[in-house]
Design a protein around this ligand. Sequence first.
Ligand code: GLN
Ligand code: ZN
Length: 756
Amino acid sequence: MSSYVVGFPRIGEKRELKFALERYWSGKTDFSEVERVAKELKLRHWNYQKEAGVDLISVNDFSLYDNMLDTAIMLGAIPERFRGLEGEELYFAMARGNKDAVAMEMTKWFNTNYHYIVPELTTNDSYRLNASKIVNEYKEAKEAGISPKINLIGPITFLALSKRVDRGDTFELLGKILPIYEELLTELSKLDESVTVQIDEPYFVKDLEAKELSLIKPTYDKLSSVAKNITIVVSTYFEHATEATNILVNTGIDTIGLDFIYGKENIQSLEKIAAKGKKVIAGVVDGRNIWINNIDESLELLNKIAAIVGKENITVGTSCSLLHTPFTLEYEEKLNRDVKSWMAYAKEKLQELVILDKLFFEGKEALTEKQKELLAANRAANKTRKSADIIHDKAVQKRINSNFALERADKFEDRIKLQHELFNYPTLPTTTIGSFPQTKEVRKARRDFKNGKISEAEYKDAMKAYIDDCVAFQEEAGIDVLVHGEPERNDMVEYFGEQLKGFAFSENGWVQSYGSRCVKPPVIYGDVSRPKPMTVEWITYAQSKTQKVMKGMLTGPVTILNWSFVRDDLERSEVSKQIALAIADEVSDLQDAGIKMIQVDEAAFKEGYPLRASKIPTYEEWAVRDFKICVAPAVATTQIHTHMCYSEFNDIIRTIEAMDADVISIETARSGNELLKIFAKVGYKQEVGPGVYDIHSPRIPSVEEIVTQINKLLEVLPAKQLWINPDCGLKTRKWEEVKPSLKNMVEAVKIVREQL
Ligand code: GLN
Ligand code: ZN
């Protein structure tokens, strides 16, 4: 019997690491202060696990920035431009850049909202082991009375997520990095009589190519033969790892970690595991969500697993690292009591894990009094969750089961003709994506209103003043389709969540997004509905200030879903449909209030894609369905826009088309028109606004530059299909950057229009 935590969050329950890092980066403290805080946090987190009774506790799950970056350092994979630097200077330069060198790229860790640093490799690299971080953490833990396992990112996942500077195949470098891993294991084997090493290979849950699969056996045969006293756990998560598991069982490794929450199919590989005498870490406590475990259901699942592999071969574990959950509910004082009783953050999950482990192996008698209480509370909460009125809203369910419009009544071809007649906008119409700079004053007004320091009237005046300025500027610049600037929104999801029923907001539910950055996702706990209009007052006010068309601005269902903690007692697709109906009400109200263009942002549409190709069609089906539901009330003369924050449309162009928006604005500025070719190639009909300049940089694009960019677009798509806009919202920029940039954009359009 034993309980196993794949990894623990590190930022600190009061985000201590974040603040220590940021103080150090701004020169307010020296590095020793960061080290002190880091040491304290590691110790605290180990002790939390130990006190809860967890048997297998990780070291090297901690990181000052990111574990992929740590792995690059461990291997000595240092890009040329950082050579000469050392220690923390090197480390943070790689992560964040310095005055001479740009930072390494960062991208999303599988389908989570965590971002890792993308290692840059070349065929000339010569790797050298640097095991000091790992060895030191191990010793630190031992000194603190913890007997830890050691977490590593596996060589195959490391290479799969790295890039080669010459764009070649990173797997060609396996022969070079594998010896470093072997050397590392040799070092680690000397640390103790017996040492457990967890090698994370989440890449194994993807649809691996035959060539990739063929790397698994030789790699793990090698690693498992390095030292007799090392126990190797290969840890997979976020999906099932069937193909890789079937190979791993034929290597010398001891244990395979499987995610039974997001990879139910893992059940199918248990027979092979049993036949080969391997052990299983059964990930049954959700590491990616914040809901309490259903202990009785988990026990049932564990029994099912045990029936195949034998109880003695099971360790009860988390589905993945708890990195993706906040720390503890202890500081949540404002959450609704019932909602809170249905939630578990990382620290609470430790209790669940240990209780499950004891119940499974020893029975109820083994629980302490405290654990018995927790178990009773867990059962009671799971019960109330099934019937609570604040979750199960009869009106929502009635509506979901009723007949409602699934799509717009008119076809695109007919709509767009009417729209052109009505709007009569010029060739290459100009617009923006929605937000304008969030100034200190705007943030302060929002904060003061929230804290009751100013009245609602004062708050509204402040917002309206901002909108006035926004409208005046856009008119002066000569932009064709205006926006109100979104001053009332802190965040494009939070703003809607706060006004929808079924959402809760935590005070301290922070999760690391990257480096020192954390996000606090909304919590969707119950059936979703819209008690009253959410944006109509602002948008109609803005429209009243101009003769030009004011574009209404909403966030789409899939994006709201992907950036929230979503209830796990209802299918995601059902939650999404509820949100879609709520947004549909808003579209309808905006239209009734005289708003003629409405943009429904689906910034995170692509992020929600499943890791397994076989699951993509189902996702696409409901994601498209729900976008269409939310814009269904729009009549032919209401123009529907959408916006997406990426540019790689090759795989999903048909899906985008099926969403049936009249206009889509996208983020192509940094990638040029290469990626746009797909629109022409498939004969995409709807109108497109490929970003003509990159808003992620403070640089002001010149008129000439934008002219060149527009001309490039015209090589790929006809003028009558094109809109001209920046590539994303402008809220993170300063007015000093935005004003000249947009003026240049309009100037550039004028020049190109003349040429046409
Ligand atoms: N309308 C939003 C804005 O402009 C869209 C943001 C986004 O694409 N992430 O801020
Ligand atoms: Zn965007």
